[in-house]
Design a protein around this ligand. Structure first.
Ligand code: AGP
Length: 609
């Protein structure tokens, strides 16, 4: 997630801007920059790849002073994380500078239209297109140019814009990416997160979608991008700064669990076509013919990404009817695997830097396979070395235990599966169901997240157990594995995931009143079978926590606790059934006094073998 800070007032802006960016560093970024209008009235931009220290060194060597400016930390989504792609970007005349959070879906069309008018671009970023569009509409009033440009934008934005042609003014706007206005004593701020400005003021205004703010030294006014005035209440922030960085949540992991509805929107944004019931995937770098040439798929991953890969296996076999295998990357690379040019290797990695996964991908490519990367970190090694791929657009995942990245991986795999399946002849009806199902997931996730208090209450009754079994069938088998891993890695409880039917081949020996069992038993083709498994556990005094489909009252006679999720297409059930398990593991870990965001012995990215 990128960071935005803007300031206008009597004070020197540089330290305020960089200090604000420092407050946003926790969100993760790969480049940073500032644009300030100097005392000589000229707009100057300083930006560089890397961390804030690189920017500080740059402005130390080549100072820029002035009392209004904007600043940005970039989390690359389109275009590599380098100096050229860093924000701020300027328009053709270099009199207007902009910083932007979000994704402009129609930036290619806008870029071509501007090129036809003689515009030339230095980068492939969508933000530079927006800066040129604003320049194209410049008529002497900055807010009019910004509003006119934003009315043409499809997608998400949080922007701050300044110009040396309109001194002292900052124009901010948002749609889908948060932007807050700070009201100080004769000075004003904009920021993507209150954490950046809380040390200066706790009086803020939160813009709503399609709203703008026009800030001058004399005050501010708010309007829509259609130039209709709107009145906004000034709110007082009562959080402590440490809380603000986590968005008011106690831990990054909980914040990221609750970010998932928005992450799924970002993962599918611009990738689903309701007209042809098909998917649009930029960056795959494989033509339809090249994709069809591959006769089998092999997934390579580790940990939670391996669980997402298992769901991808079930999806692709169900919808594309081609053979799929899932390999632990660490095992794959040492066992002389059977791989050739007809093998499509799909490499899943949140960080894009996991050593085992990277090495396995290189081994597969050496043997002639085509590799697609499903990554979160833009410009990461796996993303760069793969032959093509898809970013999951989950934003930086700070908590070591992966949550939003997992569901974003699954949603991205569903989009890819749709694309491949239509090439393999999937008919309209299942394609339509998959698209409609994906579009409903964010609202369905919100509904499940609202059950957090009930999950916390269940955790209070079970957190003292040192063992736990997770059982599921079909698409819920990988969910059982993921639920067990979540509990294991943050609460240090020994938890195992199994296919429910496998229990009678050994694990049932463990069942007694001290072994709670979590059944993921949503209504699907295996529902009746899994109910039998639940009866087997009940008969041995096992205590059961069930994740079931809304409206399923039968299950209450078989379980001690029931957590409900809305119904959806089988292949999308994991996007919902995993949420109660994420929340359960979180609350158990908190009750056990564990370090939820940085569990012992673990790293966010395992870059060693
Ligand atoms: C998941 O909660 C863990 N943090 C871990 O299993 C992780 O999924 C694994 O190390 C793979 O990481 P990657 O997705 O960045 O490759």
């Amino acid at each position: 997630m990128c960071g935005i800070v803007g300031y206008t007032g009597p004070r020197e802006s540089l330290d305020i801007l960089i200090g604000g960016l420092e407050r946003l560093e926790y969100r993760g970024y790969d480049s940073a920059g500032v644009a300030i209008v100097g005392e000589d009235g000229r707009l100057r931009v300083r930006k560089d790849q890397g961390k804030l220290q690189a920017l500080k060194d740059l402005v130390a060597k080549d100072p820029v002073n002035g009392n209004f400016g904007i600043a940005h930390t970039r989390w690359a989504t389109h275009g590599a994380p380098n100096q050229v792609n860093a924000h701020p970007h300027t328009d053709q005349t270099e009199h207007i500078a902009i910083v932007h959070n979000g994704i402009i879906e129609n930036c290619d069309a806008l870029r071509e239209a501007l090129r036809a008018k003689g515009h030339t671009f230095d980068t492939e970023t969508d933000t530079e297109v927006l800066s040129h569009l604003i320049g194209e509409y410049w008529d002497g009033t900055l807010e009019k140019a910004v509003a006119a440009a934003l009315r043409l934008v499809e997608g998400a934005f949080g922007v701050a814009v300044i110009s040396d042609l309109d001194p002292g003014k900052i124009v901010g706007a948002r749609k889908g990416s948060p932007l807050v206005v700070g009201v100080g004593d004769g000075e004003y701020f904009v920021a993507s997160d209150v954490a950046a400005i809380l040390q200066h003021t706790n009086q803020v205004i939160y813009l709503a979608d399609d709203e703008m703010v026009v800030i001058t030294r004399r005050g501010f006014r708010t309007q829509t991008i259609h130039e209709i005035p709107v009145s906004k209440e000034i709110e007082e922030i009562t959080w402590e700064l440490s809380q603000v960085e986590k968005g008011g949540y106690d831990h990054f992991m909980l914040k990221e669990i609750f970010e998932q509805p928005r992450c799924i929107q970002n993962a599918i944004r611009g990738r689903l076509d309701d007209d042809g019931w098909k998917a649009h995937i930029g960056g795959l770098n494989l033509t339809d013919e090249e994709l069809l040439r591959h006769e089998r798929v092999v997934f390579l991953a580790c940990g939670t990404s391996w669980h997402a890969a298992m769901i991808g296996e079930y999806m692709i076999e169900e919808y594309c009817r081609i053979p799929v295998e899932v390999e632990y990357a660490s095992e794959f690379r040492y066992r002389n695997p059977v791989i050739d040019s007809k093998t499509l290797v799909i490499v899943i990695s949140q960080s894009g830097e996991t050593a085992d996964t990277l090495a396995a991908m290189r081994e597969a490519q050496r043997r002639g396979a085509t590799a697609l990367g499903i990554c979160n970190v833009v410009g990461s090694t796996i993303a760069r070395e793969a032959d093509g791929g898809m970013y999951i657009h989950a934003g930086p995942e700070i908590g070591v235990a992966s949550t939003k990245a997992f569901t974003s991986q699954v949603a991205t795999l569903a989009v890819f599966t749709l694309h491949l399946a239509r090439l393999h002849g999937l008919s309209d009806e299942p394609a339509r169901s998959l698209i409609h199902g994906l579009r409903r997931i964010p609202e369905q996730m919100e509904k499940i997240l609202a059950s957090e208090p009930k999950v916390a209450d269940i955790a209070r009754h079970y957190y003292h157990h040192d063992n736990c079994l997770y059982l599921g069938r079909g698409y819920n088998f990988p969910v059982a594995l993921e639920g067990a891993l979540k509990l294991k890695e943050i609460s240090y409880v020994h938890a195992e995931g199994y296919p429910a039917a496998e229990m009678k081949h050994g694990p049932i020996a463990l069942i007694d009143e001290n072994m709670p069992v979590v059944f993921i038993c949503t209504k699907d083709s295996a529902y009746d079978k899994i109910k039998s498994n639940m009866q087997e556990v009940r008969a041995r005094q096992g205590r059961i926590i069930a994740v079931a489909t809304e409206g399923d009252t039968q299950i209450q006679s078989l379980a001690d606790e029931v957590l409900y999720v809305p119904p959806t297409v089988d292949a999308l059930v994991p996007l919902l059934s995993v949420l109660p398990l994420q929340m359960l593991s979180y609350h158990v870990a908190v009750l056990r006094g564990c370090n939820v965001d940085q569990p012992r012995n673990l790293a966010k990215s395992v870059t060693v073998e």
